[in-house]
Design a protein around this ligand. Structure first.
Ligand code: HEC
Length: 472
């Protein structure tokens, strides 16, 4: 009776064929770090579940969004845990996505016959990046409004259509209710739907074409047919192959579980990301702030000369997109694995070192400034007037030194040395600049943070500092 029932269920609901073709199929054995795919799936699952839980409470309107997140974090039962899990899963999803992509580059995972698997993955990559960006805008706090300002400014910079485009995106001339509704819909419906579809497609292709096997990595593979034969032989061999379920699944599950434990530990130790004060749209004074997975990008933009930075922000994603799309079409060499591909190894090492280095730079340079004890030194023989001297102290106090040096002294060289500005600046220019730097410049606005008088003193100091270079 029972077996007949199971048989019926298995037949009518397709479990039997699924088990036979998807689960018990034979695959080539792979090392532990191939578990990154399963890890990504698990993290996405956590994001969907915790995201849906927060949708029950979150209110996507500028008047209520921030308060609803305060409610989730501090008043709702286990709300902090749900938000924390969403936040840290998102962060680790970014890290693991990068890992996954770099691993494919390292091992040649995009090579024939897996070009399609890779290209579908490129769509997933950009969808995930969009999710990681749009997610924290929904908090509608100062960090969100800063990011919105920077990205809208980007679109606004596009010649001819820029202004119209910004209005189109916002649905308004100001960021407000319509923009938030749009971001919300994209974050919870449109992009997740795209993600879901492409994840399934990606998985289907992984089942169809397998993953880069040990054999492929050791021997030269010249054609897709050769690869298929070799993979099949490997999967079917007793020694080099295994059934996907349970062997491969247990192994990938292990890595996914370890990452999940890390997520839970981070939530318990650090909790969800701190919520900054609510966005204030009338008084646009905001300090640069972004989530840690964007640190490297902000540091890079801050390091670039201001004339180039806005262009870089537009073209960089396009270059990444183009590069990722062309990669499997251009690199058709027979080598796979990292042993015979020094270029791939070099690229991956360079990318990781750059990302970590830039993030470290951003971490050491808290753009919100903050009391820094060290005053910028004065050239020998220079005496400052009382106003400028006060400005020098404020310069250290407000953490200008975390980005600017003055004639090479102090400072971290993130931004221009104030003794070497492009041209002599007037006092008025300096006051306006410090109060409200042009949009797109990675410098905090000090209006509202420092008093007007303090901003004048800061300008007095920078005015004199301009002359330090020549006097030395
Ligand atoms: C987060 C880093 C950061 C901090 C902190 C910062 N700035 Fe800037 N500042 C920049 C960047 C970036 C620019 C744009 C020029 C560049 O890219 O080098 C800039 C430009 C300037 C300019 C204009 C330079 C020119 O060539 O016209 C002045 C003046 C200036 N900053 C003064 C200050 C003062 C005063 C403070 C502290 C109250 C301060 N900055 C704090 C990053 C910073």
């Amino acid at each position: 009776m029972l077996t007949r029932a199971t048989h019926w269920l298995s037949d009518r609901f397709g479990w039997g064929p699924f088990k036979k073709h998807a689960l018990e199929r034979r695959v080539a054995k792979s090392p532990w770090y191939y578990g990154d795919g399963a890890t990504l799936m698990l993290l996405l699952g956590v994001l969907v579940v915790t995201g849906m839980a927060m949708m029950l409470t979150y209110s996507p309107h500028p008047d209520t969004a921030h308060a609803s997140i305060v409610y989730i974090t501090h008043h709702q039962t286990l709300g902090w845990f749900v938000r924390g899990m969403h936040y840290w899963s998102a962060g680790l999803l970014m890290v693991m996505t990068l890992w996954h992509v770099l691993r494919q580059i390292l091992l040649g995972g995009y090579k024939f016959p897996r070009e399609g698997t890779w290209l579908v993955g490129v769509v997933l990559f950009f969808a995930i990046v969009f999710m990681a960006f749009s997610g924290y805008l929904l908090r509608w706090d100062e960090r969100a409004i800063y990011a919105i300002g920077v990205s809208l400014h980007l679109f606004g910079n596009i010649p001819f259509i820029g202004d119209t485009l910004v209005v189109l995106i916002q649905g308004d001339t100001q960021p407000g209710a319509r923009l938030l509704t749009r971001l919300y819909t994209l974050h919870v419906v449109v992009v997740p739907a795209i993600l879901g579809f492409f994840v399934l497609w990606h998985l289907y292709l992984v089942i169809l074409h397998g993953v880069t096997s040990r054999g492929e990595r050791r021997k030269l593979t010249h054609t897709a047919e050769q690869q298929r034969l070799r993979y099949k032989r490997e999967a079917e061999s007793e020694e080099k192959g295994e059934p996907f379920y349970p062997d491969t699944m247990v192994q990938s599950g292990a890595m996914a579980t370890v990452v999940l434990v890390i997520v839970v530990a981070l939530v318990l130790i650090l909790g969800p990301s701190s919520l900054l004060p609510e966005a204030n749209l009338t008084d646009r004074y905001v300090r640069p702030a972004e989530e840690w997975w964007w640190w490297w990008f902000s540091a890079l933009v801050a390091l670039l000369p201001p004339a180039i930075a806005p262009w870089f922000m537009v073209f960089f994603p396009l270059v990444v997109l183009l590069g990722m799309t062309l990669l499997p079409l251009l690199d058709r060499a027979p080598e796979r694995g990292y042993r015979r591909r020094p270029l791939a190894v070099g690229f991956v090492v360079f990318t990781v070192v750059t990302l970590v280095g830039l993030s470290g730079l951003r971490l050491r340079s808290p753009w919100e400034g903050g009391p820094v004890a060290e005053l910028p030194a004065l050239p020998p023989g220079v005496e400052l007037q009382a106003d400028a001297e006060q400005g020098r102290r404020l310069f250290a106090f407000y953490g200008c030194t975390s980005c600017h040096s003055v004639a090479g002294s102090g400072g971290r060289h993130v931004a221009v040395d104030l003794a070497h500005m492009e041209a002599p600046r007037s006092r008025e220019f300096l006051i306006n600049y410090i109060a409200q730097p042009p949009p797109g410049i990675a410098m905090p606005a000090y209006r509202g943070w420092a008093t007007d008088e303090e901003i004048e003193r800061l300008a007095d100091f920078v005015l004199v500092a301009q002359t330090f270079a020549t006097e030395r």
